[in-house]
Write a protein that binds this ligand. Structure first.
Ligand code: PXP
Length: 237
């Protein structure tokens, strides 16, 4: 089974646009769960331009599915994750001013830092996933650093999908096999949508989880949130 974790950052972006509490991020997260989502993902950034740190504390009190917090493990993020203790933390090497994540970790170069960070989170009972590009060398080094899972960065897959899907998925199959052999769980995320999701799942049937935000929220404008979540779940069956 591949779990669908809905990234609700875009809901927070919409809320923040007017300064009030519409849409209510907590209500939307609970509705995502009610409509079938198997997890909720947030990606707080230090400037809190979309999801806010306070949202993470509120979400922790009410969510009943898997809670995944992703982000760059610098000071305030580490404190947040240690306080909230989500089920999973996904370590992402995004720069403070990046519009969105745009690369995985160089797990070889940052081996010592990742090892220490991962072990600190694992000591608190938090599963740790490391965001990586689909190259066996980065996956092997993520395993050496003690990661429980890797999240494969799927933007390159998504951007090549329409011109050549076989070629687009090739590195991901190899990376996923490598992760599986090393005993790592496998997540995937970034730019997954209703067109490219099912093929990824078909080619990597043992995917543990996908986290999807942008396309899902855009689709919800047309199909409604409940229908959209059902459509995404159907791609994963
Ligand atoms: N995974 C990571 C590490 C991300 O940074 C993001 C975007 O916040 C996603 C998954 C979800 O990507 P998208 O919004 O394109 O579905």
């Amino acid at each position: 089974m591949t779990r669908l974790s809905v990234n609700i950052n875009k809901i927070a972006t919409l809320r923040n646009a007017r300064g009030g509490n519409n849409p209510d991020v907590i209500k939307v997260a609970l509705d995502c769960e009610r409509f079938g989502a198997e997890g909720i993902t947030i990606h707080p950034r230090p400037d809190e331009r979309h999801i806010r740190y306070q949202d993470a504390y509120e979400l922790k009190k009410v969510l009943t599915t898997e809670f995944n917090i992703e982000g760059n493990p610098e000071g305030s993020f580490i404190k947040l994750v240690e306080d909230v203790k989500p089920h999973q933390v996904t370590l992402v090497p995004d720069a403070v001013d990046a519009i969105t994540s745009n690369a995985g970790w160089d797990t070889i170069k940052h081996q010592a830092f990742l090892k220490e960070t991962i072990s600190n989170f694992k000591r608190l009972g938090i599963r740790v996933s490391v965001f990586v590009d689909p190259h066996p060398k980065f996956i092997e080094a993520a395993a050496t650093a003690g990661a429980d899972r890797v999240e494969l960065y799927t933007e390159p897959y998504a951007s090549k999908f329409h011109s050549n899907k076989t070629e687009a998925v090739k590195d991901y199959i190899q990376a996923a096999k490598c992760a599986k052999e090393l005993g790592l769980g496998i997540n995937a995320g970034h730019d997954l949508d209703l067109f490219n999701l099912n093929y990824l799942k078909t080619e990597i049937p043992f995917l543990d989880e996908v986290s999807i935000g942008h396309a899902l929220v855009c689709d919800a404008l047309y199909y409604g949130l409940e229908n959209t979540i059902q459509l995404y779940l159907r791609q994963l069956k």
